[in-house]
Design a protein around this ligand. Structure first.
Ligand code: FE2
Ligand code: FE2
Length: 251
């Protein structure tokens, strides 16, 4: 991954170089608090993903699909464990991790869909949401906190495969259900994925950049995701959904 010149992407001065802080390094209260919040948010996302896919180990329509879903569930759970262990090194017991996370509108929204999810929705979730998550994790892989950067670097390859999984099986779904039904699912999940990044610039944006915990804005990540997805959507013969409101919040 070539990030180019990070400083060129932001006007905020980053005070922490990449992988410059360890668990035993002196840390300002602000750094520790911000780091714990971001890691707790990631831990929640990883755990949420494993719970979302878990019922499909027994519901996916084929042997291969069930085995791959089971692998994804294990990997998401292992990503969650990795973050929980990092927080443990900073003195946070695993059952207290959630108390450090901030609210994210995305999870209540997805929970509404979970009871009515169909296999096509699961594929869309891997195709779009895991891919969107990949670009969020990329920032963490380049963070100033070395243990976190190393842990996320190790999981990125698996996250890339998750996004690929949906893409591979979507063609089967198009053959079985027809293009219009799969396109309908894409139209729904496309909006969810675009909104997942939140407002163009979060209220903590400057702090994240200054502490070297992220290097891009929500909007930077969203635009990278859009460019990447447009190509992938066309590859599976679907159409890029038309939006009524083509900026955040997307609908
Ligand atoms: Fe993950
Ligand atoms: Fe994933």
């Amino acid at each position: 991954m070539d990030l180019g010149n990070n400083e060129a992407q932001t006007e905020t001065q980053c005070n922490y170089a990449r992988e410059s802080i360890d668990a035993n390094s002196p840390m300002t209260e602000e750094y520790r608090r911000t780091l714990l919040r971001l890691m707790a948010n990631q831990a929640y996302g990883e755990h949420h993903a494993s719970c979302l896919y878990q019922p499909w180990i027994n519901r996916a329509p084929g042997v291969n699909e069930r085995c791959i879903i089971s692998k994804i569930v294990c990997e998401e759970l292992s990503h969650w464990r990795g973050i929980v262990e990092l927080m443990g090194e900073l003195g946070i017991p695993w059952d207290k991790v959630r108390s450090y996370q901030s609210f994210h509108h995305f999870y209540p929204l997805v929970r509404l869909y979970v009871p009515v999810m169909k296999w096509t929705d699961v594929l869309m979730s891997t195709f779009l949401i895991d891919r969107a998550a990949f670009f969020m994790l990329e920032d963490y892989a380049y963070s100033s906190y070395t243990p976190w950067a190393k842990t996320v670097q190790a999981s990125l390859e698996e996250e890339e495969e998750h996004g690929q999984f949906g893409m591979e099986f979507l063609s089967d779904q198009i053959e079985n259900l027809g293009l219009p039904l799969v396109q309908k699912a894409l139209n729904k999940w496309w909006r969810i994925a675009l909104n997942m990044y939140g407002p163009p610039k979060s209220r903590h944006h400057d702090t994240y950049l200054r502490l070297g915990l992220k290097f891009r804005s929500n909007e930077d990540r969203r635009q990278i995701f859009i460019a990447d997805s447009m190509q992938r959507i066309e590859e599976v013969s679907l159409t890029i959904p038309k939006l009524i409101h083509n900026r955040y919040p997307y609908f």
